[in-house]
Ligand binder design. Structure first.
Ligand code: C5P
Length: 396
């Protein structure tokens, strides 16, 4: 539960994406948030207040004259206790109202009378979005310090394809979770590797390992939440790409090396979380290799380049962080790798503590010694690691 104790005022305006707001409430509640819904009159034409009341467990407000609020000041009370006001979906009309400071219904009055941050997820037809008036209003909202979530582009309810779709409920939840994280890496560029590599032997076989990619993806997500521009180069994994992260898929260590070296210039931080194969077959057999009766293996192995060491050896290298997954002698091996690859920081973990699962135990090794992070979920460890990296980057 990533939103425990957070109080979210959710404004729903009139658009077909209002149906996605119902799913959004369910996901927010699942993450531990308390959700207070307010709807415009037009929104109630798409989804009834009963749906939102059932999902949020709280009465829904639509009218600024609602006598259910003791002091009759629903327009102030409903956001007074909120950590954030989220408007999803926000119609073109409602965005125009926000841009002009109108307060002629409950939700627009709440937006004007609030003292919490306002997050807006637009949803409208492509032409309404591209219209000069809407674009002018969006620029005004940005100038007023209002955060825009999306819109995305894709298929629209009207049958057209283009920009204007509301973000999916899961994406809005990710944005909200990120909103509450400290922006320790604001404006920094972070490049990461994650997952295993696959070194082909012949058309059907290869050398790989059991890395799930979970730790690397968690670090990518934590860096993105901290305000960084994140690029993730990953081997074959079945993890969903964290919202807002740019992902490049590769298969072999050589491909991962090429992709990373192409993107390393201009990065502030490089984090090698991938479990890169140390060796690959000298050549990939064109046809499936047959048993030929010889006892010796027909596969000759050659060493792969060390991606992390090569990035650390660049003329103006980013701040380089390595991972060392060991089955024993963690401190000795991790510090050895840190020295060999010339890294300021390496993160050690024992394979038996974290491989494949959602939890892990991490120990940080740098020139001054070791710091253990409290064991926990990979995402919490990733956030703690981002904090440690930000501290070291600032002191560089
Ligand atoms: O030497 P070892 O593979 O254990 O080092 C682990 C660290 O080095 C990890 O951060 C891993 O991503 C990185 N590495 C790499 N390229 C390799 C081997 C390891 O970037 N060929």
């Amino acid at each position: 539960m990533e939103l425990t104790g957070k109080r979210i005022a959710l404004g729903v305006t009139g658009g077909i994406a209002a149906y996605k707001a119902a799913e959004l409430v369910r996901l927010l509640i699942k993450q531990g948030a308390a959700v207070q819904v307010a709807m415009t009159e037009a929104a109630t034409r798409f989804v009834t207040p009963v749906t939102f009341q059932a999902l949020s467990g709280k009465p829904v407000f639509t009218d600024q004259w609602d006598a259910r609020v003791a002091n009759n000041m629903a327009h102030i009370d409903l956001t007074r206790a909120a950590d954030v006001l989220l408007i999803a979906p926000a119609s073109a009309d409602f965005i125009a109202k926000l841009a002009n400071g109108l307060a002629n219904d409950l939700l627009s009055t709440l937006a004007l009378a609030r003292d919490c941050p306002l997050l807006v997820a637009p949803a409208m037809n492509r032409q309404m979005w591209e219209n000069a008036a809407t674009q002018r209003n969006i620029a005004t909202l940005r100038g007023d310090g209002i955060t825009l979530l999306g819109p995305a582009s894709g298929e629209q309810a009207c049958g057209e394809t283009g920009i204007g779709r509301m973000l999916e409920a899961e994406e809005i939840v990710s944005e909200l979770i990120a909103h509450f994280q400290p922006k320790l890496l604001a404006g920094k560029k972070v490049l990461l590797t994650a997952g295993p590599t696959f070194e082909a032997i012949d058309p059907v076989r290869g050398i790989t390992n059991l890395s799930s990619g979970k730790m690397g993806f968690a670090v990518a997500r934590a860096a993105q939440e901290a305000g960084a521009v994140v690029t993730l180069v990953c081997g074959p994994v079945s993890q969903p790409t964290p919202h807002g992260v740019t992902r490049f898929n590769v298969t072999s260590a050589l491909e991962m090396h090429a992709e990373v070296m192409r993107r390393a210039a201009g990065q502030d931080i490089f984090i090698g979380v991938a479990a890169v194969a140390d060796y690959r077959p000298r050549a990939v057999a064109e046809n499936k290799i047959k048993k030929d009766g010889r006892a010796a293996s027909p596969i000759e192995l050659v060493q792969n380049p060390d991606i992390l060491a090569d990035v650390a050896a660049l003329p103006a290298p980013p701040f380089c962080v390595g991972f060392a997954a060991e089955s024993r002698n963690l401190a000795e091996y991790a510090q050895g790798k840190r020295a060999a690859k010339k890294l300021p920081l390496i993160v050690g973990n024992l394979i038996q503590d974290g491989f494949g699962g959602d939890e892990n135990t991490l120990v940080l090794f740098d020139a001054s010694g070791e710091t253990a992070l409290p064991p926990g979920q990979k995402i919490d460890l990733a956030r703690a690691l981002v904090q440690q990296i930000a501290l070291r980057l600032a002191g560089r």
